[in-house]
Design a protein around this ligand. Structure first.
Ligand SMILES: [Zn+2]
Length: 90
């Protein structure tokens, strides 16, 4: 397995030219097995990170009060204030 120097696509070792861009495959560097496994790991880690980010934003949205809940809280607070004023002797 090789990687094309020009376009970065994986070329089969027995191919002389890159099928993606036509660059000579001889100039490409040979990928070692460790690098291949690292690449696979990256493709596993990226979706996991994206999923955790998505989940965290969803959880944050569900926990933070929405506009409706906020307005309801303000109404309750104002009601309490009115009741307190009525009860206080003036
Ligand atoms: Zn290429």
């Amino acid at each position: 397995m090789r990687v094309c120097d020009f376009c970065g696509q994986i070329i089969d070792s027995n191919q002389k030219y890159c099928p993606h861009c036509g660059t000579r495959a001889d100039s490409g560097r040979i990928i070692s097995h460790t690098k291949q496994s690292q690449r696979k790991l990256v493709w596993l880690i990226i979706p996991i990170i994206l999923l955790t980010l998505l989940l965290s934003t969803l959880i944050y949205r569900s926990y933070s009060p929405s506009q409706q809940q906020k307005s309801a809280l303000i109404k309750v607070e104002s009601k309490n204030n009115i009741q307190n004023r009525g009860a206080s002797p003036h």
